[in-house]
Design a protein around this ligand. Structure first.
Ligand code: C5P
Length: 410
């Protein structure tokens, strides 16, 4: 879902240290440059035993620096220049040894020297550990990682799974796409830090029999973009999703459901533990009153079956009606008279904010146009009244909601 321009204008110093995960760093550079960043690769001597500087130069489009004695730098201070120019230093992979060296403030080779010399207030350090699971879980490494965080570094991962040594466990470097998603998130303003958000997304599926059911065209893209944007903004996010084919945004807790009743049962009991509830799901209004136990057979000459429908519970109205309810945000997909219909829905459900969008022009698409409607005002996103991709809209919506929370609870 990330746009090509996500890291436009950002200059990243990518440090490689000795580890087999260096092979993933080649792909990571590709993703960084595709996202618009410029990348300066710095490698330790050990890293160059795993992947060649030639490969990294070709992919980054810049000569790799490996030595503090590199005479190409006019002032001969590569370690100072690198940190001054960077928007962030990312160490991927970061070996156990290199992490230990950072903790000690060692500076006897270019990469550790660069990390130590960086202007800390504007050049953050992000560290993606990569090592065998025994090395990762060793108290010395755990101590070092904790200290590194106290010193201001951000730790990315590590992941869990198969390791090059044949063992299985914690310590794998995150995949390049995961590193990219975390880095993009890192640069987003933390306007929802400390908040807990509960989000519904996607359609529901109401079974007629074991193989058939009633559903709709909702793709879940808007709700998943909101979950991602909320997480990027620093919130703790629970996403209750109907049947959709969307990858779970990083750091988001996802619960899958099928029916409206299941969504209701998943949402309502935990709603009061959240600060905000955003209902983006296109919940089926009705379900078959009786779902057949076995497949309804088509038998020639027999009558076409008919179904009695019964109403589904309104999840949003139920949450809004709870004592100590979270701040509730609804969505309204309309085909005409958006403002009028959406505001009526807002009043009916007794919620402070509703987001209107035009039904046929949002389902399944990557872009959208939103109208934020409260009791007294309305505001278009994007502000020019055009269209924007759903992640951009979701981020703007998070900013708006953060301001409203601030106003309600300064
Ligand atoms: O009532 P209507 O479906 O038009 O309202 C749409 C809003 O209400 C959306 O935010 C949707 O997620 C929510 N909703 C709900 N439970 C339902 C029906 C709609 O939470 N059963």
């Amino acid at each position: 879902m990330s746009e090509p321009s996500e890291l436009q204008g950002k200059h990243i110093v990518l440090g490689l240290t000795g580890g087999i995960a260096c092979y993933k760093s080649a792909e990571f550079v590709r993703l960084l440059t595709k996202a618009g960043a410029t990348v300066q690769v710095v490698m330790t001597e050990a890293a160059a035993s795993f992947i060649t500087p030639v490969t990294m130069q070709a992919l980054s489009g810049r000569p790799v620096v490996t030595s503090q004695w590199d005479a190409r730098e006019p002032n001969n201070m590569a370690h100072i220049n690198l940190g001054r120019e960077a928007d962030a230093i990312v160490l991927a992979p970061a070996s156990a040894d290199f992490i230990a060296r950072l903790v000690q403030g060692r500076a006897d080779e270019l990469l550790s020297l660069t990390c130590l010399a960086r202007p800390r207030e504007r050049c953050p350090l992000l560290v993606a550990p990569a090592m065998n699971r025994e090395m990762w879980s060793h108290p010395a490494t755990q101590r070092n990682v904790a200290q590194l965080q106290v010193d201001g570094a951000v730790i990315l991962g590590p992941g869990c799974g198969d390791q090059a040594c044949g063992e299985v466990g914690d310590g794998r470097m995150l995949e390049p796409a995961e590193l990219l998603e975390d880095l993009i998130a890192f640069f987003q303003p933390k306007v929802l830090a400390g908040k807990r958000l509960l989000i519904t997304a996607g359609p529901t599926f109401e079974p007629i029999d074991p193989v058939r059911g009633i559903t709709n065209h909702s793709s879940g893209k808007m709700g998943f973009a909101i979950a991602r944007a909320a997480r990027e903004a620093g919130a703790e996010v629970t996403l209750v999703a109907g049947p959709v084919h969307q990858p779970t945004p990083r750091g988001v807790r996802r619960q899958n459901v099928m029916t409206a009743q299941q969504m209701f049962d998943a949402v309502v009991p935990q709603a009061q533990q959240h600060d905000v509830f955003i209902a983006t799901a296109a919940v089926a209004d009705w379900r078959p009153a009786n779902s057949a136990e076995h497949k309804i057979k088509k038998e020639g000459g027999k009558d076409v079956p008919t179904f009695e429908l019964t109403e589904n519970p309104d999840i949003l109205a139920a949450v809004a009606g709870l004592s100590d309810a979270p701040y509730c945000v609804g969505f309204a997909a309309e085909s005409e008279r958006l403002l009028e219909h959406a505001r009526a829905k807002m009043l009916r459900k007794r919620i402070p904010l509703i987001v209107g969008n035009l039904g046929p022009a949002t389902f399944g698409r990557d872009d959208n146009a939103l109208l934020l409607i409260d009791a007294t005002s309305d505001r278009a996103l994007p502000p020019d009244g055009g269209r924007a991709d759903k992640l951009t809209l979701a981020r703007a919506l998070m900013q708006d909601i953060a301001q409203r929370l601030q106003a309600v609870n300064p």
